[in-house]
Design a protein around this ligand. Sequence first.
Ligand code: SF4
Length: 366
Amino acid sequence: MRVTFPHMGNLYICLKAMLQYLGVDVVVPPPSSKKTLTLGVKYGPEFACMPLKLNLGNFIEAYGLGADTIIMAGGCGPCRFGYYAQIEYAILKDIGYEFQLIVIEPPERHISELFNKIRHITGNRSWWQVIQAIRFGYQKARAVDEIEMAAFKIRPRELVFGATDIAYRSALSLIDSASSPNELDRAKKRAGVIMAGVVLDESRPVLKIGLTGEIFTLLEPYSNLDVERHIGYLGAEVDRSIYLSEWVNDHLFLGMLKGLRSRKDACSAASPYLRHFVGGHGQETVGSAVNYARAGFDGLVQVFPFTCMPEIVAESILPEVSTEYGIPILTLIMDEHTGKTGIITRLEAFIDLLERKKEFRRHAFS
Ligand code: SF4
């Protein structure tokens, strides 16, 4: 069995670590690229959201590298994600790619369904080893998130253009190569030193922008056209409303780890505007917009794929949040036709507006 999974930002670092810890043969697809999207667009339904198309492309590319088994998360709606895995599997079968599909999702009848699937992947490993592997994957997720947060902070302040990207890539590769918890501890320390080594101009005025929206588009830089990097280079510090470790804590550990932001916090902040689950992260998008506004952020950027129902619901509510809290919000919708230059132009105009607003306030209150 040679296992693959779809890309979603740096998720591959954690999943690979977890599976290899259990001795599973892993095939990581090449990073998502124009080729990946072109394959997905060719075989996927036109009005499917972009994550489905990129997933399809990932699987086709992984097949070329010898993968024969797909591990996919599943769900129960109300958006299309609930039947993604089955649709992708059927499309792949139709075009001649024979995979075995393992969908990790809430069991239909009994918890043993989920345990049987995990047992199928991990073979004769003990449950204790499985728990240790999940722990190792989670530690990598935390390490990756800390590097990303550091990059968001230092990018708009770096003295040498591009220094953050170089540091970010080498720090990530250290985390990726660590093959045991002890090695990971050492890698984290070295990664911290690398990130701290970027020379900064601390006096530079920097805006703060909250980035929120659909989880795949938030985490996968190819799907959001590197929006975080562009915002950073335009002189604003970014905070993302979802990090990998937070998602794992909310959905796998049921929020048991303390000290992390949680889905519950976001949903309670959203409650004056949206009180029920609308699928995906629609409710969290509204809640994080409120939280960012309360925390004094200068602006918000919402990103999501074209036709994403939960985020369309959130988008229709965000103008109310914007008016009540006086925080400007820019919505960016991504699909295979979205061009990088258009996105950068809109970000430039948005950041220009935020700077003028801040300047105006400074004069008005000085
Ligand atoms: S949340 Fe949006 S992008 Fe994700 S599967 Fe649902 S509709 Fe598609």
